[in-house]
Design a protein. Structure first.
Length: 336
């Protein structure tokens, strides 16, 4: 408890410094400090042998953001969930220069600008968990670096181009090379977006010969009350086994070439009830020819703009040997 209180005080103290960005907190206010955060209380029933069930916190985050005259802004977030780490830690912290809408610059610690699902805020995910393809192939989810970006939700195009350490959250670069990461998204119609992402780098310690290349393609449509999200990721070359799998889970043994995809469909009813279905695939390319196929059947209920309840049943199948690991998960989220 003492560590949590100290961490919250630290966030408030940092808010008075000159820093900036964009993330879970929404638009940056010109009126100074804005505190924000969200809690995701969760119940999990894992159909293993023997079965396991537990109450937990998926995430518990608090942050601060605001604008500083002239043209600068700051953004800082702490992760407080004891189920992610026994000690609170700095998640995002970056300073942005926002004078030019088509050439904004941020520097610090932030999400890797790769892919649709990665760059969907945790409190806006339509299912409780991210896909296996994203968790396994986008790591590191967060890194240190500098990003140049332009456009917004109302423009025909948005882009992000980043130079990053490639060694993960809160770590010095582990070699003399930098990762190059980029994403571009087009909006030809009000309800339709499609885009592409890439990454090229050298992820391993003191290794500047074995590179990693990742490509992605994405589609998002929101027509009337229907939502469709789809993405394909192709990843090859070296990878850092110490990074972990995305924002949660462990990185499995990967082959030289791996790929995956998903498609998610949802419909918002007039009762604020949202049925959801997702199919996702991950092909590891390792010597065991491990392939994972998952189907998520879910329903979301929105009490209001800040509170929602999610119920998911995740049906998992594996090749060549199927495991007993289906799961039912219930998550209650509140944003503030």
């Amino acid at each position: 408890m003492k560590k949590i209180i100290i961490s919250i005080i630290t966030v408030i103290s940092l808010a008075g410094m000159k820093v900036s960005a964009q993330g879970c907190g929404g638009p940056v206010s010109d009126e100074g400090l804005k505190m924000f955060g969200f809690l995701q209380a969760q119940y999990e029933y894992q159909m293993t042998d023997p079965a396991k069930n537990s109450f937990t916190f998926e995430r518990a985050r608090i942050g601060a953001q605001g604008a500083i005259p002239y043209d600068f802004s700051y953004y800082v977030v702490l992760e407080l969930s004891p189920f992610i780490s026994p000690n609170p830690y700095l998640l995002d912290a970056f300073i942005s220069y926002n004078r030019y809408s088509w050439a904004r610059v941020s520097m610090g610690s932030f999400k890797t600008p790769f892919g649709l699902e990665t760059n969907t805020a945790c409190n806006d995910l339509i299912t409780v968990y991210r896909t296996a393809a994203t968790l396994q192939m986008v790591a590191p989810f967060r890194d240190l670096g500098m990003v140049l970006m332009g456009g917004n939700d109302n423009t025909f195009m948005t882009y992000q181009f980043a130079i990053m350490n490639g060694s993960g959250l809160g770590r010095f670069d582990n070699n003399t090379k930098k990762d190059i990461v980029g994403r571009v998204v087009f909006k030809p119609l009000d309800f339709l977006r499609f885009g592409a992402s890439f990454r090229y780098g050298y992820p391993s310690l003191n290794n500047t010969t074995d590179s990693r290349t990742t490509f992605g393609a994405e589609l998002k449509a929101n027509y009337k009350n229907f939502k469709l999200m789809a993405e394909y990721i192709n990843d090859k070359g070296n990878y850092n086994r110490d990074l972990g799998g995305g924002c949660s889970g462990n990185l499995i043994e990967l082959g030289d070439k791996r790929s995956g995809y998903y498609a998610t469909l949802a419909y918002m009813t007039k009762w604020n009830v949202e049925p959801v279905f997702r199919f996702d695939n991950f092909t590891s390319g390792n010597v065991d020819d491990y392939v994972e196929n998952n189907m998520t059947f879910g329903v979301n209920y929105y009490f209001n703009d800040w509170t929602r309840l999610q119920l998911n049943y995740v049906y998992r199948t594996e090749e060549l040997i199927e495991m007993q690991n289906d799961e039912v998960v219930v998550q209650l989220q509140v944003k503030f």
